[in-house]
Design a protein around this ligand. Structure first.
Ligand SMILES: Nc1ncnc2c1ncn2[C@@H]1O[C@H](COP(=O)(O)OP(=O)(O)OP(=O)(O)O)[C@@H](O)[C@H]1O
Ligand SMILES: [Mg+2]
Length: 103
């Protein structure tokens, strides 16, 4: 099952996403949470904590920087770039903007 949470700014996407992910994981499901927001905050909602959430590496930047070899499989990417969050959720952050320009 794939669940996508989208909507306009500030409507509760991150809060709802984290709650759904943790709830499913607590029920025994294997949960992969993908944070596709340019300002990724899902880690906070998942219980990773604000400092660690800020420091989480992202899949796109890691691949672009050449720090790590390209992962040939989805499972490999999840293993390499993912972070374990409370309740058994695996979190992967896709991208992050370093600095937002006006507009
Ligand atoms: N069901 C709710 N009832 C009341 N407040 C809520 C609810 N869900 C979220 N909030 C609050 O609304 C604010 C925005 O929530 P959240 O960050 O989850 O929204 P978002 O859609 O992810 O925002 P953004 O577009 O900035 O990423 C937060 O302060 C959050 O605590
Ligand atoms: Mg959000």
């Amino acid at each position: 099952m794939k669940i996508i949470v989208a909507g306009k700014g500030g409507v509760g996407k991150t809060t709802i996403s984290g709650t759904i992910a943790r709830s499913l994981a607590r029920s025994g499901h294997s949960v992969l949470a993908l944070d596709a927001d340019n300002n990724p905050m899902l880690g906070i909602s998942l219980g990773v904590g604000p400092e660690r959430t800020d420091e989480l590496g992202t899949l796109r930047q890691a691949l672009e920087s050449g720090e790590v070899a390209h992962q040939p499989s989805t499972a490999g990417a999840i293993e390499t770039f993912g972070t374990d969050a409370p309740d058994g959720v695996r979190l992967v952050v896709l991208s992050r903007i370093d600095r937002a320009d006006p507009g």
